[in-house]
Every structure is written in C-alpha cells, then in structure tokens.
Write a protein that binds this ligand. Structure first.
Ligand SMILES: [Zn+2]
Length: 224
C-alpha cells in the first residue's frame, strides 16, 4: 500500500534544503499533512539535513523542554515555510517574487550569528557556517540561508513540482537530461504510470530516535 502508514516520515527528495523544507508538508489520502508536528520534529529535520549538529540538537531539545519558546519557533518555521512555498510557486509560474517574501528571508538572515569553518570534504575542502544558536529563533536561520542560496545561485528552470496534480512536493532537477517528473517513483511515479502496490524502500538509522524508514534515500550533498 503506497505510502500507507508513512505519512509522518520525513521526506528528502528535493535536492535542495529549501525545497526539502517546503516538502515537510505533504498530501496524504487527499489531505495536507504537516510532518513538523511539533518542535521535536523541526529539530529532527534540522539534524537530518545537517543544518544542526547532532549534539546541539539533543542539547536544544533538553534545554527547551517545557519552554513556550518551542511553540513560538515552530509557528515561525511553519509561517516561513508558507512564504517559501509562495516563492517557489511564483518562480514556477514565471512571476516576480513579492517584496514581502524577500523581506521575510532578510528578517531571518538578520539573526544570523556564527562563523565559517574550513572542513575537509571528500574531494577537497569546503567552508561550513556554524550558527551560534543562543536563541531558539536562530534554529531556522539556516533555512533562510538556503532560500537565499537557491534564489542567488539556482537555475529556476530546474525547480519543479511533482507532475502528480495531487502531490505538492518540489524538487531541484539534477537528473542528466533534466527530465525528472516525479517527487519519487515510489511515491508518485509508479502511481501515475501504472497502478499501485509499491514497496517503501530505504531505511537508515535516525540519529535521534531509533530506526526511521524513509520513503526515499537521502540525496547526496547538493552541489551547484
Ligand atoms: Zn509526487
């Protein structure tokens, strides 16, 4: 049963953090489902995307236990996600991005506190920004950075919505001929091409809470 019982699992099919964040809302059985059900899911998502260090994510959850700040930041994250969705929709429709959306990104970026560090990567070196998250709001600043990155350096023609009209997932098409149509074959491709029964595949251990089944394997680190 495609996707049955998996409506709560995080999905990483976007090839870009900004799009994966938008993809934390899915359609399941005809209804919008929010995968960020509470603050811990937001922290889990940040840890899985490596925007937040694993140790810090644990610390954050511990530090903010019972703190009303959790709800405030979660609400802001959801609100920002709606802004990002509107931006992507306008890009796909070839419309200019509204100034209020740019302002929302800049407002979050103004909270950016941290420092870059040199990291040894597989094929050389790269710099990585380490956010100093003294306040909970700083947790979602890297998402604004990823949105800024997409707007500055992305090829808008490669930002696509899944071809399934009932699906709301987006992805950055890095396939060889830029002919990708589906968020994933398992979720929508098989469904649209032929009828049904598909298996959920891919299972990787969650660093926060035991084993988690993914609808799709996490993509390799995205490179422009
Ligand atoms: Zn889809």
């Amino acid at each position: 049963m495609r996707n049955e019982g998996n409506a709560s699992k995080l999905i990483f099919v976007g090839n870009h953090i900004c799009l994966d964040f938008i993809n934390t809302q899915i359609i399941h059985k005809g209804r919008i489902v929010d995968l960020l059900r509470d603050f811990s899911h937001l922290v889990e998502w940040l840890a899985e995307t490596e925007l937040l260090d694993f140790t810090k994510s644990k610390e954050t959850l511990r530090k903010l236990t019972g703190n009303p700040e959790r709800e405030r930041v979660l609400a802001q994250a959801r609100e920002f996600r709606a802004v990002l969705r509107a931006i992507i929709e306008r890009i796909i429709e070839g419309k200019p991005i509204q100034k209020s959306a740019i302002d929302a990104i800049n407002k979050l970026l103004s909270n950016r506190i941290g420092y870059p560090q040199l990291i040894q990567a597989r094929n050389g070196f790269k710099t990585q920004f380490y956010a100093e998250s003294s306040e909970a709001i700083h947790l979602i600043v890297p998402i604004a950075e990823s949105a800024s990155d997409l707007l500055c350096h992305g090829d808008f023609s490669l930002i696509k919505k899944c071809d399934n009209p009932d699906c709301i997932l987006y992805f950055y098409d890095i396939s060889k001929n830029h002919a990708r149509r589906w968020c994933s074959m398992n979720i929508c491709g098989n469904r649209m091409n032929e009828p049904p029964e598909t298996e959920i595949r891919g299972s990787i251990p969650s660093r926060l809470s035991g084993t988690k089944t993914y609808l799709f394997k996490r993509p390799p680190e995205f490179k422009w």
